[in-house]
Design a protein around this ligand. Sequence first.
Ligand SMILES: Cc1cc2nc3c(=O)[nH]c(=O)nc-3n(C[C@H](O)[C@H](O)[C@H](O)COP(=O)(O)OP(=O)(O)OC[C@H]3O[C@@H](n4cnc5c(N)ncnc54)[C@H](O)[C@@H]3O)c2cc1C
Length: 498
Amino acid sequence: MTGAADTGDDRPADVAVIGAGVVGTAIARALACQDVSCVLIDAENDVGTGTSKANTAILHTGFDAVPGSQESTLLRRGSVLLADYARRAGIPVERTGALLVAWTPEQQAELPAVEDKAHRNGVTDVRRIGAGELYRREPHLGPGALGALEIPGESIICPWTTPLAYATQALAAGARLRLRSRVTGIRAGATEHQVVTGTGVVRCRWVVNAAGLHSDTIDAMMGGGEFTICPRRGELIVFDKLARPLLSSILLPVPTARSKGVLVAPTVYGNVLLGPTADDIPDRGDVATTGPGLASLMEAGRRILPRLVAEEVTASYAGLRAATADRDYQIWVDGSRRYACVAGIRSTGLSASLGIAEHVTGLLAEAGLRLAGRPEPDPPVMPYIGQAGTRPYQDAARIAADPDYGRIVCHCERVTRGEIRDALASPLPPADVDGLRRRTRVLNGRCQGFYCAATVAALFAGAGPGAAAPAGQRPAHGPMATGSGRRAPRGWRSAAPR
Ligand SMILES: Cc1cc2nc3c(=O)[nH]c(=O)nc-3n(C[C@H](O)[C@H](O)[C@H](O)COP(=O)(O)OP(=O)(O)OC[C@H]3O[C@@H](n4cnc5c(N)ncnc54)[C@H](O)[C@@H]3O)c2cc1C
C-alpha cells in the first residue's frame, strides 16, 4: 500500500475506486481532496499502465463529439479543466491547434456539418480555410488537399504525467493506493462492500468502477451486466524527432461514424505520431502491433505527409479502446447499491478525465456520499518532461545548484541522473524501468535504450524503492520492461540502435 498508512482501525473506507487509469486516478483525487477516505485499487504495479499509457495524447476540445451526449458535456468541461490543471501542475501541453483536412469533394462537402457540430458542442472558434492557406501553413502536406477546418483549441499533452499528477495529489490528500491487487470478486452488502483482491479484502461503503477494459466484469460483480466491453485496438507509429519540423498542427482526417480516423500529430516529447488504426478484437490483452496495421498506417501517412514515411521510426505501440455497443460513456451512480459505474470511456478519457471526476463526485454526493465542500487545493508540481519548455539539462542555475541535473544518462531524450534520482524518490516511485520511462522519458528515444539501458537498470536497482518496499510490494526489477503499451513492432523494421 502506498500513501497514507492504514489507519489500523476497523472502519471501512468511504470509497474503493477500482482502476488506477487516468479516469480512476482523477476520481480518487477529486474524492480525496473532499476529505473522502478512498482506496485506489489496481491490478498492475503502477498507475496509468492500461489504455491511459497508450493513446494518441491529444487534449481534445470535444468539437466532434455527438452534441448533447454525456461525452460531449464531460469532454468540453474536462478539456478546460485539464488545460488549467496541466498549466499549474507542470504537465506538458502544447496548444498546436488542429486542421481537419478534406481530401475528396465528399469530405469537403462534410466540412460545414463538422463546423456546425463544433458550434453545437460549444466550440465556436473553428473556421474553414481554403487549400491556399492550408498549404501555406502545412507546406509538407501531400498533394490533393481541398481545404480544412481549423480547430485552434486542440492541443497535445503528456498522457503519462497526467494520471501520475492525479494520483500524487490523491495520495497527498490521504487516499491509499493498492497496486498489484486484481479485483476478483465483490461481496456487496447492506452497509459495506467487501472487494476481494489478490492481496486481500478491501472494505468500503461505496464502489467506483473505473476498470476500463474490464469494467463490464466489475459491473457484473456488482450485479449489473448491462453492457459488454468490445476492445477496439489502435496501433500507432512514433517517428523520430527529425520529423517534427514537417508539421505545425495536428492533422486530422474527416471522422467517420466508426472512428476519428488516422491522424498525424506532434508529441510533447518532440516526435511525430501516425495513427491510430481501429480494429475490433476479441482479446482484451492483445496490445501487439501487426504488420497489416502498421502497413495501413504507412499508406495513410504517405498520403497525408509524404516525407514523414521516409523518416526513421522510433517505436510503435497499440492501445485498446474500451468500446461498448453504445457510443456514449456508461456513467451512472446507483445510490441503493452504493455503486458508481464509470465505463465505456472509449476515445476521449484523457481529455475528459477531470470533467468525468467532477461529474461522478457530484453524482455520489447527490446519492448520499458526504463531501467536505472545500475549495480544491493546488495541484502538485510534477517534473517537466516536455520538449517545448526548459528541461533540467538546459537549466544552468539548477545544474550549478545540483550537478546531477547536468549529468545526462539518456542522451537521446536528454534525461539526467538528477531526474532519475528524483523519480525514484518521489511519493509515487516507479515499480520498474517502464515506470521510470513514463516519469522521465528515459529509454524513450531513437536508440530505445541501447546505449543507456544498463546504466538506467543499475540506477534503478541501486536506488530503487525495492529495498524499502514491504514484502509483496517489491518492484519488478529487470531490464527494459517495455510494458503492454509499447512493444517492439511485430513484422516491422527494427527501431533498434542507429
Ligand atoms: C489508440 C487510442 C488513442 C486514444 N487517443 C486519445 C486521445 O488522443 N485523447 C484522449 O483524450 N483519449 C484518447 N484515448 C482514450 C483514452 O486513452 C481512454 O479513454 C482512457 O485512457 C481511459 O482511461 P481509464 O482510466 O478508463 O482506463 P485504463 O487506463 O485502461 O485504466 C483502467 C485500469 O483498471 C485496471 N483494472 C482493470 N481490471 C481490474 C481489476 N479486476 N482489478 C483491479 N484493477 C483493474 C487496469 O489495470 C487499468 O490500470 C485513446 C485510446 C486509444 C486506445
